[in-house]
Ligand binder design. Structure first.
Ligand code: ADP
Length: 626
C-alpha cells in the first residue's frame, strides 16, 4: 500500500474551502459529472485518432445515492486513470489548483462580486464529503487504482480489482451535508446543472409500459420494463445547425427549457459564431406586453453544455435580458468579478454581436412578413424601444423595423410616417407634427377631435415612450411629437383659413376676467377663436412640461421634476354659444354656475374630475335636469 502526503503548504485546506464557498456547495455534483463527461469525450477523441484501441460503446454517467451508507457514487465509462495518473492529476494538478484558487480568492470569495460558479474541479467534492474515494481503471492495459483521502493532506493509493474501464468517485457525505442524500435534491441539481450535458446521465430507473402487441387478447395486461432513467438531453437544439431545425423544434426546445411556461414564444434567434469568439445559443422573444417587470425565467448561460448561471448581466445587452433562452460559450471568463466582466474586451464583443444579430433578425422578420410583425408589435415593442434608448448600435438599425401604430392600428415606420404627415400635418414653423395618444380611453375626446379633422393619431403607450420621443426629436430636426391633449388641435397644426372671432377685443377681455374669477389658479385661461362646432371648453396640458415630468418619473429626466405641480391650460372657444352666453349673463351667480359646470365637463373629458368634485358635479347635474 502506498501512502503519501499531498504537497500543499496549508496544513488542511478543506475547512477553508467549505468556509469560503459556503453558498455554492451544491456545485460539487456539476463538477464531478463534468469530469466524467470530459473523461468520456476525451476517450472518444483518442479512439477517433487511433490513439486508443478500445470499443467506445454507448457510455453513460451514473449517479447513485446510497442513503444507508451515506454515500454518493458518480460512475463514468471514460478513459480512466492509471495509478501514475492519479498521482499526477489528482495529487498534484487538482490540489495545486485548489491552492491557487484559495490564494486568489480567499479575500474576495465572500463578496458576491465573484460569479458564483467557477471551475472548482475535483476538490469541490470536499465541500460535502468527509472522505473521498476514487476507483479508476484506465483504457490502457494497466491495473485499476484506488485512491482515498479524508480531507487531510494524507492519502492512500492502492491497486483495485475494478475491471471495467472508467472512474467511480465515492463521496462519504459529511454530517453537515446529509441533505445531499435526498433523491429529490440530487435530481433537482442534475436538472439544474446537467440537463443539456453531452453524455447521457443516469439517475435511478423508471418503469416503462410496453405497447400492446397487435394480436393481444382482450384481457392482456401491458408488460413493463425497468429502464435507465436518463435525466438529460445530450443534443440540445442550440448545438445543432439552424437548417436542421423546424419551427416546431424551436418551440419544443423552449418548452424543454421552461416547462412551466405555457405560452409559445413569438419568435427565436439562433446565435452561431466561431470567430473571433465562440458562441452558440437560441434567444426567444416571449410575449411581453408593456410589462417591464423583471422576468422570472431568465436567459441561461452555459459553457460547453454545462449550466453556469442565469445571471447574464454584462454578457447580454441589458435590453435583451427581457428575452429567454440559452447562450453557450467557452470564451466567457467565469472566474472574474462582475465589474471585471463588463470591462473585458471579449465580453464586450459578445454583447455587441448579440445586439447586431438581434437587430438583423428583426429586420428580416419585418421584411419577410410585415403583417405578422405588426401583429406581434405590442408584445415586442418594449424591448425594442428600450434597446433604442440604451444601445446606439441598435438605434442605428432600428429605423428599418420599429413601428409607430395609429389608434386605428395602421403601422408606420418613421420614414413612412414622415411621408404621410407631409400632406397636412405641419405646424407654423413647417415641422411635421406627430400627434399621439398615450391612452385611448383617457384621451378619447381629443383623439376624436383630431380624427375629425383628418389627422393621424398614433398610440404610443409604453412607459418609456417620453424618453424615446425626446431622442427621436433630437435626431430628426423637422419632427415634433405632441400628445393630442397638449394643446388645442388648431393651435398645433397650421391651417390655411383663419377663423374670424365673433367677439371684439373688448368683449374678450371682459370674458377673460369673468372666467378667471371662477376658475382655480392651476389653470391658465387661453381664449381662441375656433369653429363654433368645436368644444367650448377644453383642458390641455403643455407637451413639454408633461413630458419632462413623465421622464423624471421613469428615470433619467430632469432633477426634481417629479415634484412639480400639475399645470393645465383651459382653452375657451370664443366663437362658441356658451362663451357668448357666459359673457352676456348679468346674474353673477348664474354666470358662476355656467363657468363651473363647463369647467367640470372639460375636466370630465380629461379624466380629471374625481372624488368629491365628481360627486358634487353629478348632484348638480341632476338638479339641472329635474
Ligand atoms: P480540471 O477538470 O479542471 O482539469 P479537476 O480538479 O476537476 O480539474 O481534475 C484534475 C484532473 O484529474 C483532470 O484534468 C483529469 O485529468 C483528472 N480527472 C478528474 N476526474 C476524472 C475522471 N472522472 N476520469 C478521468 N480523469 C479524471
Amino acid at each position: 500500500m502506498a501512502t503519501g502526503k499531498i504537497n500543499v503548504s496549508v496544513e488542511n485546506i478543506f475547512p477553508l474551502i467549505k468556509k469560503f464557498l459556503y453558498s455554492d456547495h451544491e456545485i460539487f455534483l456539476r463538477e464531478l459529472v463534468s469530469n466524467g463527461t470530459d473523461a468520456t469525450l476525451k476517450l472518444k477523441h483518442l479512439i477517433s485518432i487511433g490513439e486508443a484501441k478500445v470499443e467506445y460503446g454507448n457510455p453513460i454517467i451514473e449517479v447513485k445515492v446510497d442513503k444507508e451508507g451515506k454515500k454518493i457514487h458518480i460512475i463514468d465509462q471514460g478513459l480512466g486513470m492509471t495509478a501514475d495518473e492519479v498521482e499526477k492529476y489528482i495529487n498534484q494538478v487538482a490540489f495545486s489548483g485548489a491552492e491557487e484558487f484559495l490564494d486568489k480568492y480567499k479575500d474576495s470569495a465572500k463578496d458576491s462580486g465573484i460569479i458564483g460558479h467557477f471551475g472548482l474541479g475535483f476538490y469541490s467534492a470536499f465541500m460535502v464529503a468527509e472522505k473521498v474515494e476514487i476507483i479508476t481503471k484506465s483504457y490502457k492495459d494497466e491495473p485499476a487504482a484506488h485512491w482515498t483521502c479524508d480531507g487531510s493532506p494524507e492519502f492512500t493509493l492502492v491497486p483495485a480489482d475494478k475491471t471495467s474501464r472508467g472512474t467511480e468517485i465515492i463521496l462519504h457525505i459529511a454530517e453537515d451535508s446529509l441533505e445531499f442524500l435526498d433523491d429529490s435534491k440530487i435530481s433537482g441539481l442534475l436538472n439544474k446543472y446537467n440537463k443539456f450535458m453531452p453524455i447521457p446521465i443516469k439517475f435511478g430507473t423508471r418503469t416503462e409500459t410496453l405497447p400492446k402487441p397487435e394480436d393481444a387478447p382482450e384481457d392482456y395486461i401491458n408488460e413493463t420494463v425497468e429502464t435507465d432513467n436518463i435525466i438529460n438531453n445530450p443534443n440540445p437544439a442550440w448545438t445543432k445547425q439552424p437548417s436542421e431545425l423546424s419551427d416546431e423544434d424551436y418551440k419544443n426546445f423552449y418548452r424543454e427549457l421552461y416547462p412551466m411556461q405555457f405560452e409559445d414564444p413569438l419568435f427565436h434567434i439562433h446565435l452561431n459564431v466561431d470567430y473571433p469568439f465562440n458562441l452558440t445559443g437560441i434567444l426567444y422573444f416571449p410575449k411581453l406586453g408593456s410589462d417591464m417587470q423583471i422576468q422570472k425565467d431568465k436567459i441561461q448561460l452555459y459553457q460547453n453544455q454545462v449550466y453556469v448561471t442565469d445571471n447574464v448581466e454584462g454578457i447580454v445587452p441589458e435590453f435583451l435580458t427581457m428575452l429567454k433562452g440559452v447562450i453557450d460559450s467557452p470564451d466567457i471568463p467565469l472566474n472574474v468579478s462582475r465589474s471585471g466582466l463588463q470591462a473585458d474586451g471579449a465580453v464586450k464583443k459578445i454583447s455587441n454581436y448579440i445586439t447586431r444579430k438581434v437587430a438583423d433578425k428583426l429586420k428580416a422578420l419585418f421584411n419577410e412578413n410585415r403583417a405578422d410583425f405588426e401583429e406581434k408589435w405590442n408584445d415586442i415593442k418594449i424591448v425594442l424601444e428600450y434597446g433604442m434608448l440604451s444601445e446606439d448600435k441598435f438605434y442605428e438599425k432600428a429605423g428599418a423595423f420599429v413601428l409607430y401604430p395609429t389608434v386605428d392600428n395602421t403601422y408606420f415606420t418613421l420614414e413612412e410616417l414622415k411621408e404621410k404627415l407631409k400632406e397636412n400635418q405641419t405646424d407654423k414653423d413647417g415641422k411635421l407634427v406627430v400627434l399621439y395618444a398615450g391612452n385611448k380611453d383617457a384621451q378619447h375626446s381629443y383623439i376624436e377631435a383630431a380624427k375629425d379633422k383628418g389627422y393621424e393619431v398614433l398610440l404610443l403607450d409604453s412607459p418609456i415612450i417620453s424618453h424615446l420621443i425626446q431622442k427621436i426629436e433630437n435626431d430628426n430636426a423637422g419632427v415634433t411629437f405632441v400628445r393630442v391633449d397638449s394643446d388645442h388641435i388648431d393651435n398645433l397644426i397650421k391651417k390655411d383659413e383663419n377663423t374670424i372671432s365673433k367677439l371684439s377685443e373688448e368683449e374678450k377681455a371682459t370674458l377673460k376676467t369673468s372666467l378667471e374669477a371662477y376658475i382655480p389658479k392651476a389653470y391658465s385661461v387661453q381664449l381662441e377663436a375656433m369653429d363654433s362646432q368645436a368644444a367650448p371648453f377644453i383642458i390641455t396640458q403643455p407637451e413639454f412640461m408633461r413630458r419632462m415630468k413623465e421622464m423624471s418619473q421613469t428615470g433619467g429626466g430632469m432633477f426634481g421634476m417629479g415634484n412639480m405641480p400639475e399645470m393645465y391650460n383651459l382653452v375657451v372657444n370664443t366663437n362658441s354659444d356658451l362663451a357668448s352666453n357666459i359673457l352676456n349673463t348679468e346674474d353673477k351667480t348664474h354666470q358662476e354656475h355656467l363657468v363651473k359646470q363647463a369647467l367640470d365637463l372639460a375636466k370630465l373629458s380629461q379624466n380629471l374630475l374625481k372624488g368629491e368634485a365628481l360627486t358634487a358635479f353629478v348632484k348638480r347635474s341632476f338638479e339641472m335636469i329635474k
